[in-house]
Write a protein that binds this ligand. Structure first.
Ligand code: SAH
Ligand code: SF4
Length: 372
C-alpha cells in the first residue's frame, strides 16, 4: 500500500526519502510542496527531478481526509466534517478573528476519558487518528482558505476538537512538529496549544519532546468533584496535575498555563468554588483561567450556568489577580463548536445511515475564546 506522506514530520520524510535513495534536501523540497503549497500531485512539483517524481508516484500518496460537509457561518466561522471510516467522523473548526485565524483540530474519533459534560466523552472511544489524519485537517483548511495572494490564513492551532490529544501521544508529536516546522506551517510554539484533561505523565513527556502552549481542563477545585466530572482525575489527582504544570512551565513557550473551566449550573460554579480555586492555584501555578459556558446536550443532564453566576465566579478570580476570560459563542448559525464535537462509536453496522444522521444533527453550540 502506498505511504501517505502527511504521516511524516520532516525527519520522517527524510528517512522515507533515504529509502528511495534520495538526500535530505529533496525531502525538504517535497515537504515544502506538500505543506506550504498544498500540492498533492507529484507531477506538479516542478523542481523535483523527474526520476524522483516517478519513484514517488509508485510508492507514496498525499492523501487528505474525505470531506463530508462544510458549513460557513455568517461570522466566517467554518466547520468541516471529515469521514475517518467505519462510520466515524471528526470535525475541524476555523475561527477567523481580526488579528489571526485559529483552527480547532481533533486528535481522536471519540474519547475514552468520559468527562460528564462532554458529548464526545459520552460517545465513547472509537480510535486514535494517525499523524496524517491530524495534519490533514490543517493541510486542508489552510489551503482551502488561502487567498490567491498567498498569505497564510491559520496562525493559531488549538488541539481542542474531539479527543484527548495526550492519549494519542505517538501520533500527536510528529503532527505538532509538522505544524511548527519552518518548512511546514511555521507556526510559533506559543500559537500551538495542546489542551488536555490532565495526563500527568504525558505532560512531562511533552515538556521533553515538543513543548508548546498548554491548556489544562480543570473544571473543579477539589478531587472529589473533579473525580466525578473528569474520571481520569482518579489516577493522579489535582495536586500531581498542578505539579506537572509547574514542571511544564520550565520549558514552555509561554509563562503560564491556561486552565479551562466549564461552567455547570449548580455543580462547580459557586463563588465558594471560585475561592477554593484561588487557594489551590495562587502562588503555585502561573495561570490564566478561561471560563467556558457549558454547551448542553440531552444525555448530560447538566445545565449551563446563568450569565450572572459566571460573571461572579470570574470576579472572584480577577479580584485575586488571576487573568480570567469568558468564552463567547461564534458561528451559532452553523452549530460549530470547539471542544465537544462529532464522532461515533465503533458500531460498524449502518455506518452510512449514522453518518447521514450526523450530517443532519450536529448538536453543539459554538464556543471560542474571548480575548481580553
Ligand atoms: N480532551 C481535551 C481537548 C478537547 S476538549 C480536553 O479535555 O482538554 C476541549 C475543551 O472543550 C475542554 O476544555 C473541554 O472541557 C471543553 N468541553 C467539552 N465539552 C464541553 C461542553 N459540553 N461545553 C463546553 N465546553 C466543553
Ligand atoms: Fe475527552 Fe476532552 Fe471530552 Fe473529556 S472534555 S471527554 S478529555 S474530549
Amino acid at each position: 500500500m502506498a505511504v501517505n506522506l502527511l504521516d511524516f514530520d520532516l525527519e520522517g520524510l527524510t528517512a522515507f526519502c533515504e529509502t528511495l535513495g534520495e538526500r535530505r534536501f529533496r525531502a525538504v523540497q517535497l515537504f515544502r510542496w506538500i505543506h506550504q503549497k498544498g500540492e498533492s500531485d507529484f507531477e506538479q512539483m516542478s523542481d523535483l527531478a523527474k526520476s524522483l517524481r516517478g519513484k514517488l508516484a509508485g510508492a507514496a500518496v498525499v492523501q487528505g481526509l474525505p470531506l463530508i460537509s462544510e458549513h460557513v457561518s455568517a461570522d466566517g466561522t467554518t466547520k468541516w466534517l471529515f469521514d475517518v471510516g467505519a462510520g466515524n467522523a471528526v470535525e475541524t473548526v476555523y475561527i477567523p478573528e481580526a488579528d489571526r485565524g485559529t483552527l480547532c483540530v481533533s486528535s481522536q474519533a471519540g474519547c475514552a476519558v468520559g468527562c460528564r459534560f462532554c458529548s464526545t466523552g459520552h460517545q465513547g472511544f472509537s480510535r486514535n487518528l494517525s499523524t496524517g489524519e491530524i495534519v490533514a485537517q490543517l493541510w486542508f483548511a489552510e489551503h482551502r482558505l488561502r487567498p490567491a495572494s498567498g498569505e497564510r490564513v491559520i496562525d493559531n492551532v488549538v488541539m481542542m476538537g474531539m479527543g484527548e490529544p495526550l492519549q494519542n501521544y505517538g501520533a500527536l508529536v510528529p503532527a505538532l512538529r509538522t505544524m511548527l516546522d519552518d518548512h511546514g506551517y511555521g507556526l510559533s510554539r506559543r500559537r500551538v496549544t495542546v489542551s488536555t484533561s490532565g495526563m500527568v505523565g504525558k505532560i512531562d513527556q511533552l515538556r521533553e519532546d515538543c513543548p508548546v502552549a498548554l491548556a489544562v481542563s480543570l473544571h473543579a477545585p477539589n478531587d472529589a468533584l473533579r473525580d466525578h466530572l473528569v474520571p481520569l482525575n482518579r489516577k493522579d489527582g489535582i495536586d500531581a496535575l498542578l505539579d506537572a504544570c509547574v514542571r511544564y512551565l520550565e520549558r514552555a513557550p509561554r509563562d503560564f498555563v491556561t486552565f479551562e473551566y466549564c461552567m455547570l449550573d449548580g455543580v462547580n460554579d459557586s463563588t465558594e468554588h471560585a475561592r477554593e480555586l484561588v487557594r489551590l492555584v495562587k502562588g503555585r501555578v502561573p495561570c490564566k483561567f478561561n471560563l467556558i459556558p457549558f454547551n448542553p446536550f440531552p444525555a448530560s443532564g447538566l445545565k449551563r450556568s446563568p450569565r450572572e453566576r459566571v460573571m461572579a465566579f470570574g470576579d472572584v478570580l480577577l479580584q485575586a489577580g488571576i487573568v480570567t476570560t469568558i468564552r463567547r459563542t461564534r458561528g451559532d448559525d452553523i452549530d460549530a463548536a470547539c471542544g465537544q464535537l462529532a464522532g461515533e462509536v465503533q458500531d460498524r453496522t449502518n455506518a452510512r445511515e449514522r453518518l447521514q444522521q450526523r450530517r443532519e444533527a450536529i448538536p453543539i453550540v459554538p464556543i471560542v475564546e474571548n480575548r481580553p
